[in-house]
Design a protein around this ligand. Structure first.
Ligand code: PAF
Length: 281
């Protein structure tokens, strides 16, 4: 596996890959878990060359968020990617990615303020700006993202459509721990007690799914069901539980087509996400 530590090095390596039919990119912020590795394996299966980026993107963190303490176990990540036979690991520095006085951003008007965008102002602007830059630098044919960040997937799909990026977005399923907790790099922050409390997100979505399977199609009642479960866990504080269109992220009132049920909740100081897709026959 070749490690490219600068944009210039990555561009040179990309030129050498020109003959390859398909280059796949898995953008990450490191602290890799099985969710990331499942995307790397999907990329390996579908592409000739696989590039993984590890870049803890300061632009997508708010001023009081966890940028400084975000886990950066670089050696462990490198070994895991080596084992998955990744071709290139791209690990640029912040200064290289964001030259001094950079003033250009990618914002999806309206969409950037939905779901996580509402409680994390500027977050999606940071995500779309860095992903657009990664697409320009690496020029992948395919890029792989995890369904756990469903709003991020919708926003990136829309950016790709609106700005004509020649990139196919592939979304991999949520990878869960055996007890149901969605895998996330931030799970490492949880104390043993918080780890137990965190399961409430999965339980709440499970109840929503159950009521949907029993025939409930009114989203207000489905949301109420989920919120009731969340309120029973004193260790968790809900940020949002919403039913939205998975492409536009607009709220829905009746489930007539595929609907995303997305939840974000704080467990201790850690903000966790999970979601399910409800599909009426
Ligand atoms: O999902 C993530 O880890 C990040 O938001 C991403 C897509 C790598 C952009 O920094």
């Amino acid at each position: 596996m070749r490690i490219c530590e600068s944009v210039a090095e990555m561009r040179k390596a990309r030129v050498l890959m020109r003959q390859d039919r398909r280059v796949g990119l898995v953008p990450t912020m490191g602290a890799l878990h099985e969710g990331h590795l499942s995307l790397v394996r999907a990329a390996r299966a579908q592409c000739d060359s696989v590039v993984v980026s590890i870049f803890v993107n300061p632009l997508q963190f708010g001023p009081s968020e966890d940028l400084a303490k975000y886990p950066r176990p670089f050696e462990r990540d490198r070994e895991l990617l080596e084992r998955e036979k990744v071709d290139i690991l791209f690990t640029p520095s912040v200064d290289d990615m964001y030259p001094k006085n950079a003033v250009t951003y990618v914002t999806l008007e309206g969409m950037s303020e939905k779901l996580c965008g509402r409680s994390r102002p500027g977050h999606f602007r940071g995500v779309t700006t860095v992903v657009a830059k990664l697409f320009h630098i690496i020029e992948p044919e395919l890029a792989f993202f995890g369904q756990k960040d469903a709003a991020q997937c919708a926003i990136i799909r829309r950016m790709v459509r609106d700005l004509n990026f020649p990139v196919e977005i592939v979304v991999g399923p949520i990878v869960r721990e055996p007890d149901g907790l969605a895998m996330s790099s931030r799970n490492a922050y949880l104390s043993p007690q918080e780890r137990k409390s965190a399961l409430v997100l999965y339980r709440a979505l499970g109840e929503v799914q159950k009521r949907f399977d029993q025939g409930e199609r009114n989203t207000e009642r489905l949301v109420e069901t989920g919120k009731q479960v969340l309120s029973q866990e004193p260790g968790a504080r809900v940020d949002y539980l919403e039913t939205v269109d998975p492409d536009t992220l607009d709220p829905t009132s009746e489930i007539r087509s595929e609907t995303l049920v997305a939840v974000a909740a704080f467990v201790g100081g850690t903000r966790l996400l999970d979601n399910i897709l409800l599909s009426p026959k």
